[in-house]
Design a protein around this ligand. Structure first.
Ligand code: NDP
Length: 333
């Protein structure tokens, strides 16, 4: 089978496609119910970029097969919930980081980590959603759970032309929210408006640490894929009682310039969102909300289709903030 192998050599981290024996697929530990999947589609997330370049010390053992997401067809299963021919999706659980992942013709993972292909989505569409889109939906659900409803001030989405951001804009707009999309790439303004953004906020207007601990109450809530001082700045602009879903760190992990004032004077909530270890039931409900609330025509407009051979270069590009929307890797091409 083909596999994208990442290795650590004297000259650094390398990534290249090799033909390897299926015998090298993980077998799990005693008692694990393993499922072997023929991978049909995968994608490239920010974390895949880290795993292919040695960033974040996410990969522990080399040689390694990255790929944090895949969609495919079950070939063999020890898990009674899955039979050959079933269509399945995997995101997270540290697959592609500490376990071998989806950048190969086949993957073998614990049955507990899989979900059935959500009704209403193809495997290709499920990978256009991937970890990024699942996280966008988890963020929307967290904001709703803290009282966000349509009809009020706009919802801010940062890193808007990236994967998490694009899907978040499309879902929020479909649900009837006014969306203010932050981007550092003005050339994607038409794209963001086509997804449903009503306002474009230039990255430079909100990237710096806030000058004052509280600004004007401008947004009813926010989904933040950027972190850093942009998250600090966004917190000062959230209305009384509103919430910010903190998803990512494309702009850095430290929340520079934040004070407690948005929390203690405005009751603003900072909601942490993790998609990786999200329990199965929550994943299933997020996937079914995606099938319901993400317009599939807009999802198709976000897709750039690529091959496995393209993946190493895409890993570098996503870390440099150069990818727009979502990549789908078709393993048959
Ligand atoms: P993308 O690269 O697709 O999107 C990130 C976007 O952030 C870019 O497109 C760009 O948008 C913006 N951006 C990039 N660099 C900077 C910068 N230095 N300052 C400000 N904005 C910047 O990545 P994803 O959407 O896949 O992931 C986004 C973040 O979310 C990552 O940090 C990732 O690790 C995290 N993540 C977290 C998950 C979780 O479970 N918590 C799951 C999935 C992702 P624009 O050009 O429009 O400004």
């Amino acid at each position: 089978m083909r596999a994208l192998i990442v290795d650590k050599t004297d000259s650094g981290i390398t990534a290249g496609i090799e033909t390897i024996s299926e015998d090298r697929l993980p077998t799990g530990e005693a008692g694990d119910k393993m499922v072997t999947v023929a991978v049909n589609y995968t994608t490239v997330n920010y974390k895949d970029g880290l795993c292919m370049t040695g960033g974040g010390a996410l990969v522990r053992d080399y040689p390694h097969v990255p790929g944090i997401d895949f969609a495919g067809t079950v070939e063999a299963s020890d898990d009674p919930r899955y039979s050959p021919g079933d269509e399945v999706v995997l995101t997270g659980w540290r697959v592609g980081e500490i376990w071998w992942g989806g950048y190969a013709d086949k993957a073998r993972v614990k049955g507990d980590w899989l979900v059935p292909l959500p009704k209403g989505l193809t495997q290709r569409q499920a990978m256009a959603v991937g970890t990024a889109g699942l996280t966008s939906m988890l963020s929307v659900m967290a904001l709703e759970g803290h009282g966000l409803t349509p009809g009020g001030r706009p919802v801010l989405v940062t890193g808007a032309s990236g994967g998490v951001g694009s899907v978040a804009v499309a879902i929020l707009a479909k649900l009837g929210y006014e969306v203010a999309a932050v981007t550092g790439r003005p050339e994607w303004e038409t794209y963001l408006k086509s997804l449903g953004a009503s306002t474009i906020v230039a990255r430079g207007d909100i990237a710096a640490p806030p000058k004052r601990p509280l600004g004007r109450e401008t947004y009813s809530g926010a989904i933040d894929a950027v972190g850093g001082s942009m998250l600090a700045h966004a917190l000062t602009l959230i209305q009384y009682g509103g919430s910010v879903a903190a998803v990512g760190l494309a702009g850095g992990p430290a929340i520079e310039g934040v004070t407690v004032l948005p929390f203690i004077l405005r009751g603003v909530n900072l909601l942490g969102i993790d998609s990786v270890m999200q329990p199965r039931e929550a994943r299933l409900s997020a996937w079914s909300r995606i099938a319901e609330d993400l317009p599939l025509g807009l999802l198709d407009a976000m897709i750039e289709e690529k091959t496995l051979a393209d993946v190493p270069a895409l890993g570098t590009a996503i870390l440099e903030g150069k990818i727009r929307g979502r990549i789908v890797v078709d393993m048959a091409k």
